[in-house]
Design a protein around this ligand. Structure first.
Ligand SMILES: C[S@@+](CC[C@H](N)C(=O)[O-])C[C@H]1O[C@@H](n2cnc3c(N)ncnc32)[C@H](O)[C@@H]1O
Length: 425
């Protein structure tokens, strides 16, 4: 197939302007206009079923719906799974109701903002906003939180969560929040920004009203894609295609990246809760998630994967050596076996739900921790061959990580992001 290198303005992550993508910025791998192009090129059957084992904020899901397909996705991050499910749900009524509810809640919060109690707010929340903005945000959050049964509750919650980074007075860009570094807020007034966001949501919801078909279904399951129980709803061989972007081996932490929203809403109150509540279903892609025990178990499991298992073990051995050469080396050697065993298990589940001949597109980058090259896309393709797929295409979409080239402690490697097309046997 012809592989488009970009959509209308493809950047890494959700688009700021595409419908639904603009609800909340997430490091998505691709924007929905790009996913739409891919789905078109894959020539799936009309009203087919598209799946995504790493659903994230639901970019593939919204593109699939737009193309007239059903969708089933699994996402480990509870808050982000909620966002994807919301984008893909049928709205509870005419979207004008959302606008009226937003105005009403904003007005109510204006009357209570002087009396907000900030004593139980997380330190990150307290440090991220100037006092007036903080009062307005907390007051509006309290009003929305108190109305959990309201039909538009979740939409209002997400419009507010997406407003946080727009109005913060410290560095809160992706991927890391730096409450110690001041910046000028991108938008001064939190309430008008919140209402702007609600207006976009209402516009986007009208799009689905127009396209809604009673034959199509979109569903997001919160959980771990490794667990076959999370795929039980999709019958064996019932899905027609997959477009996905797995976590890269670049130490990016999806739980930590959403710390501001998690703490602000009160979903987590400590780092240990973050690990137990948010990270628990995620595969190991960062050194912070790694452990001696699971790396040892993964090493044993790798023996079932033939030559590619040996190759992955050898990479882990090299990384262990590199770690030993450093006083406080990071445990990349423990991440690698765990990561690839998880990917193999997910590919097995994917193979089970895809019909014979169905395509699975993966967008994924390679990496070079401590200068040891890890051909993540190539290794995934080889693991796929063990799970019932054949590699059809492996194309470089863009080069990245130029910084590595100038760093003398690392190899002079040009890292890239690749398009891998596997086909179910
Ligand atoms: C590159 S992002 C995918 C983003 C997605 N394309 C979107 O539209 O936002 C990878 C996602 O995989 C999720 N993830 C990691 N391990 C997982 C697992 N075992 N099962 C399901 N999802 C997982 C992460 O939480 C993250 O949201």
């Amino acid at each position: 197939m012809h592989v488009p290198s970009s959509g209308r303005g493809r950047r890494h992550g959700t688009s700021r302007s595409e419908p639904f993508d603009r609800w909340f910025r997430y490091p998505a791998g691709f924007a929905s206009d790009y996913a739409s192009l891919l789905l078109h090129q894959l020539r799936l059957p009309t009203a087919g079923l598209v799946v995504d084992p790493f659903t994230g904020s639901g970019v593939t899901g919204t593109a699939a719906r737009r193309a007239g397909h059903s969708f089933f996705g699994v996402e480990a991050h509870p808050l982000i799974a909620e966002l994807a499910a919301l984008k893909l749900a049928a709205p509870p009524g005419d979207p004008s109701g959302l606008l009226s509810a937003a105005r009403e809640f904003a007005e109510r919060s204006a009357t209570t903002k002087r009396h907000v109690d900030l004593s139980s707010e997380a330190s990150l929340t307290l440090r991220s906003f100037d006092p007036a903005t903080l009062h307005r945000l907390v007051s509006l959050r309290n009003v929305i939180r108190a109305q959990a049964d309201h039909a538009w509750h979740s939409y209002l919650k997400w419009a507010l969560l997406a407003t946080l980074r727009d109005v913060a007075s410290v560095r809160v860009g992706w991927p890391y929040q730096r409450p110690g570094t001041q910046r000028q807020p991108t938008f001064a007034d939190p309430i008008s920004r919140f209402l702007q966001r609600v207006t976009w949501m209402a516009e986007d919801l009208r799009e689905i009203e127009e396209r809604e078909s009673r034959f199509l279904r979109s569903r997001v399951q919160q959980g771990d894609s490794r667990d076959d129980a999370n795929w039980a709803e999709v019958g064996k061989g019932m899905a027609h295609g997959c477009v996905t972007s797995p976590p890269y081996l670049n130490n990016f932490d999806y739980a930590d990246a959403t710390r501001l929203e998690l703490y602000f809403w009160g979903d987590v109150t400590s780092w240990s809760e973050m690990c137990s509540e948010v990270r628990s279903d995620m595969l190991t892609a960062t050194t912070q998630q790694s452990s001696v025990g699971s790396a040892r178990d993964a090493r044993i499991l790798l023996q079932d994967y033939g030559e590619v298992g040996v190759q992955i073990s050898e990479i882990a051995d090299q990384l262990q050596k590199e770690r030993g050469n450093r006083p406080r080396g990071k445990e990349y050697d423990r991440v690698i076996p765990d990561y690839f065993v998880a990917i193999a298990q997910i590919l097995r589940n994917l193979a089970s739900v895809l019909s014979s001949g169905a395509p699975a597109v993966l967008l994924v980058g390679d990496s070079a921790p401590y200068g040891v090259y890890v051909d993540t896309p190539g290794l995934i393709a080889k693991l796929g061959a063990e799970q019932g797929f054949v590699l059809e295409q492996d194309v470089i979409l863009r080069h990245r990580g130029q910084r590595w080239a100038g760093n003398t402690t690392r190899h002079d490697v040009q890292l890239s992001e690749r398009f891998v097309l596997l086909r179910r046997n």
